[in-house]
Design a protein around this ligand. Sequence first.
Ligand code: FES
Length: 69
Amino acid sequence: HFLNVVIKNNINLDGYGACEGTLTCSTCHLIFKQEDYDKLPEEPEGEEVDMLELARDVTDTSRLGCQVC
Ligand code: FES
């Protein structure tokens, strides 16, 4: 699942997940297709939203990979 997203969006994996899922970086930013985003189990909230705002090129279907994969 996760790897499909990365390949589809051509995300550079260098430095991915620098904080190891503790929501203190934004290197795991993923941009989902709308249809995939809709399948995610939960909406981003709290710290994930805060950290997403710091990510580059955030979109309406952005999530932090460490929180959804
Ligand atoms: Fe750092 Fe996800 S790995 S916020």
